[in-house]
Design a protein around this ligand. Structure first.
Ligand code: ATP
Length: 456
């Protein structure tokens, strides 16, 4: 049985050390979460899987890690300062503040049902900063609300360092901040979150082809790399396009409450590079951009064959890493009835994503020979550099297996009294719960096989 509600995952995350409430001991802070020992591993593995697909498996995408604190002007010319807002409605009876487009019924308060509501007003989502010794409290910088804009403004820097012919991309993983009116759904909608975004720069004549290409590549990644069944994913085109978009849609995952966005794919035309470029008049910019007198750099591409200089179009893939982790956990979460009134919770993660790759369990902590052998196996496994290996301190084997099932460890290696006699150990597999005896010398190769097979 899969997770019935997000609350199943919330409880597991707290119990087993994946995700905690941010600022918890002081009562928390809405929309901020802290990632614990296993949460950081799962996030790191998802990031690595994305980076591997975007950078290491291709020769046309470069990596970037831009600053989170950004000059105001980026967001003036990107249009965020004037229009990155959500419609805020307040209930005059109970004081609840709601995002109008997400209300269950637009005429009634989500909290108390009252119809006495304020008219919607635009609520700025960017978090403004006042930085530097001269700061007088006025906003002079922003925490970026997306990674994308900081990629566009580095277009020329990256091109100068690593010249490419079109099409080529720049990928970035990093934090983004939005002052969401109502954070909800655990890590689904937060005020501080992480994005994995890629901007693919194309010749304007090829935009539709590459939009379709990236839709397919990204959908296949969710299925093949994250292991989400295809029937739990769908692509939904946006009904209403943003003014700069020529085409846009979302990859949606079927959460317990229904399908919702986990990644956006957008054809942003020449809006972004066109907005931030200097000498806009020299180019035939097609999108409706703000007149820019502040930019110091032309963000254009010179065709090596024709010598023509133009502003490329952008196809963007924009994934939320926290939402990806939530979807992966929801999907992997399984409650199994073991008969005789017994049951277990198991996180059926792909081994490549599992926070702990293998656990070594000496059956008795007070038998030095067993502990020494277990230590040796642990050290041998660490040398494989496959990620986190754990040594268990308690000999309560049932409890250990239960814990590792819940955090998704693909295999446990148990050292028992027979090990001293014949140098074999028990390998116990997470999903099948099957056990087999394996020679100690074969353990590292066996573990590698399990991790590389990468099947659930
Ligand atoms: P939404 O409509 O849900 O507010 P969006 O369309 O504004 O999202 P984008 O700006 O396209 O989102 O951001 C790309 C991705 O970043 C989203 O698909 C989502 O996975 C993630 N994301 C956006 N906002 C948040 C948030 N507040 N908390 C967590 N992840 C987010």
């Amino acid at each position: 049985m899969p997770a019935k509600t997000v609350n199943d995952i919330v409880a597991l995350c707290k119990r087993r050390g994946f995700i905690f409430t941010g600022s918890e001991i002081y009562g928390g802070l809405g929309g901020a979460y802290d990632y614990g020992p296993y949460g950081v591993e799962l996030m790191k593995n998802i990031r690595a899987a994305w980076w591997n697909a975007m950078i290491y498996s291709r020769n046309d995408i470069e990596g970037l890690d831009a600053a989170v604190i950004t000059n105001r002007l980026l967001w003036k010319y990107s249009g965020h300062e004037s229009s990155f807002s959500d419609p805020l409605v307040e209930c005059k009876k109970c004081g609840a503040r709601m995002r109008q487009d997400k209300m269950r019924d637009q005429t009634k308060c989500d909290n108390c049902g009252s119809t006495d509501l304020t008219p919607p007003r635009a609520y700025q989502l960017m978090m403004g900063l006042s930085i530097g010794a001269t700061a007088d409290g006025a906003i002079n910088a922003y925490l970026r609300p997306e990674t994308a804009t900081t990629t566009y403004t580095n277009f020329k820097n990256v091109m100068d360092a690593r010249p490419h012919k079109l099409p080529f991309g720049i990928a970035q993983i990093g934090k983004a901040f939005r002052n969401e009116i109502s954070p909800r759904g655990f890590v689904f909608r937060m005020r501080e979150f992480e994005q994995a975004e890629m901007q693919y720069f194309v010749n304007p004549a090829d935009d539709e082809k590459y939009f379709e290409m990236w839709k397919e590549i990204r959908m296949a990644w969710w299925v093949n790399v994250l292991g989400i069944p295809a029937e739990k994913l769908r692509f939904t085109p946006h009904e209403k396009l943003a003014h700069y978009a020529k085409a846009a849609g979302d990859i949606e995952y079927e959460f317990p409450d229904g399908f919702d966005e986990v990644e956006g794919i957008h054809n942003r035309q020449d809006f972004d590079l066109g907005s931030h470029t200097k000498a806009q008049d020299e180019f035939n910019i097609q999108a409706n951009v703000m007149d820019n007198r502040d930019s110091t750099t032309k963000l254009a591409y010179s065709d090596p064959q024709t010598g023509e200089s133009f502003i490329p179009f952008v196809i963007e893939t924009a994934m939320g890493v926290n939402r990806a982790m939530l979807a992966v956990m929801l999907d992997a979460y399984t409650e199994e009835d073991l008969g005789d009134g017994k049951s277990r919770v198991v996180l059926k993660l792909k081994p490549a994503l599992a926070p702990v790759k293998a656990a070594v369990i000496p059956l008795a902590r007070n038998v030095p020979e067993l502990v020494n052998i277990a230590n040796d196996i642990e050290n041998d496994l660490r040398k494989l550099h496959i990620g986190r290996i754990e040594m268990e301190n308690s000999g309560n084997i049932g409890k250990n297996y239960r814990r590792h099932d819940e955090i998704g460890t693909p295999v446990c290696i148990t050292v028992d009294h027979q090990t001293i006699e014949d140098h074999t150990v028990t390998l116990r597999y997470r999903d099948s719960m099957q056990q087999e005896r394996v020679a100690i010398a074969d353990v590292p190769a066996r573990v590698m096989e399990i991790i590389n097979k990468n099947e659930k």
